[in-house]
Design a protein. Structure first.
Length: 113
């Protein structure tokens, strides 16, 4: 497993934007597939977005057209640009390195009306 460190969560009004970042301190290799998941209270964890080694992307239906996942050139970090945020986007967002089965500690995103 690897340690994932997330940042960028916070409180924002509906219609606003946030950018989440996920890095892997000290990693010396590139990470093939990374993604973002989220979990709201009382709901199961769900896929938000995922990016593969070839930079193919996959998004959850509820965020398509509003969120964009990207990664650094060294493929050692991943970002999530979230635009047009809605109250239903409120959740804890987790970074995930699929090939290592590793999860970050989560960062809270709260969207107010």
């Amino acid at each position: 497993q690897v340690q994932l460190v997330e940042s960028g969560g916070g409180l924002v009004q509906a219609g606003g934007s946030l950018r989440l970042s996920c890095s892997i301190p000290g990693i010396k290799i590139s990470i093939p597939t990374m993604g973002w998941y989220r979990q709201a209270p009382g709901k199961p964890r769900e896929l938000v977005a995922e990016i593969t080694w070839g930079d193919s992307t996959n998004y959850g239906d509820s965020v398509k057209g509003r969120f964009t996942i990207s990664r650094d050139n060294a493929k050692k970090g991943v970002y999530l640009q979230m635009n047009s945020l809605k109250p239903e986007d409120t959740a804890v967002y987790y970074c995930h390195a699929r090939d290592f089965g590793s999860w970050g500690q989560g960062t809270q995103v709260t969207v107010s009306t």
